[in-house]
Design a protein around this ligand. Structure first.
Ligand SMILES: N[C@@H](CCC(=O)N[C@@H](CS)C(=O)NCC(=O)O)C(=O)O
Length: 235
């Protein structure tokens, strides 16, 4: 079977992996995980024992977890399409560097805001502290990315890369949490986000998250359920 991407809703960081698969254009399937429906199907622990999305089930039946690893794996499959680079090359290093920054600093900056989102029984003071901390951390990252994007069309320069695919899945959280006036505070970042939001693959990923059945660019072969995969995972 084609590779299967397990993506989480709502607002999963797996969004970028869906965009990457669309840009790649090779056959793949999707499996939806409703992240707020607890407990998750225990079968998912066979895919990722840490119970996180995304995860990519490869053709041979082995799961690959962690966004950075998945995106570098997809980049390697996309070398001919200009999405990936030879290990050891300058371009490979720049992609690794950017993915690492986005996956640690930028992703992590939103941590307090997601804790706040999940919070129950927290005092107003605790909630305010989390919001202030999250906003401050995200602002630092946005300032850095905004300065980079003032001089570049895409995160790595003049050509789009899978770093842009991952970026859009995280940067949209700044809008979701209503942190800033993005156009005013970080105009270059806002311009980049708007460009990406007009991209067909990003619109496809948004439609998938909404539970619609978009056509995509040709690689998408439909959804599978965890139950369908049980015989493969039970072994
Ligand atoms: N380091 C992991 C983090 C993955 C992660 O935290 N995923 C979140 C969604 S963005 C998740 O699955 N959360 C489910 C939960 O915590 O219940 C990666 O970058 O892939």
């Amino acid at each position: 079977m084609e590779p299967v991407l397990f993506y989480g809703v709502p607002q999963g960081c797996s969004f970028g992996s869906i965009v990457a698969l669309e840009w790649l254009g090779q056959p793949y399937r999707l499996c939806r995980i409703e992240m707020l429906e607890h407990p998750w199907d225990p079968l998912y622990a066979k895919i990722n024992p840490r119970l996180k999305t995304p995860a990519l089930l490869l053709e041979e039946g082995e799961p690959l977890t962690e966004s950075q690893a998945i995106l570098q794996h997809l980049a390697a499959r996309g070398r001919e399409a200009g999405l990936g680079f030879a290990q050891g090359s300058r371009e490979f290093d720049r992609l690794s560097e950017m993915l690492a920054y986005l996956n640690t600093d930028f992703f992590g900056a939103f941590g307090p805001l997601w804790t706040l989102y999940d919070s129950q029984g927290m005092s107003g003071v605790e909630q305010e502290l989390l919001r202030r901390l999250g906003r401050q951390q995200v602002a630092e990252c946005c300032a850095h990315l905004d300065a980079l994007l003032a001089e570049r069309t895409w995160l790595l320069g003049e050509r789009r890369s899978l770093a842009d695919a991952y970026f859009v899945g995280i940067a949209r959280w700044a809008e979701y949490h209503r942190l800033f006036d993005l156009e005013h505070d970080y105009p270059h970042l806002a311009r980049h986000l708007a460009t990406l939001k007009a991209d067909a693959a990003v619109r496809f990923a948004e439609a998938i998250e909404r539970g619609e059945s978009p056509d995509g660019a040709g690689g998408f072969r439909g959804h599978v359920t965890l139950e369908t995969l049980r015989p493969r995972l039970a072994a």
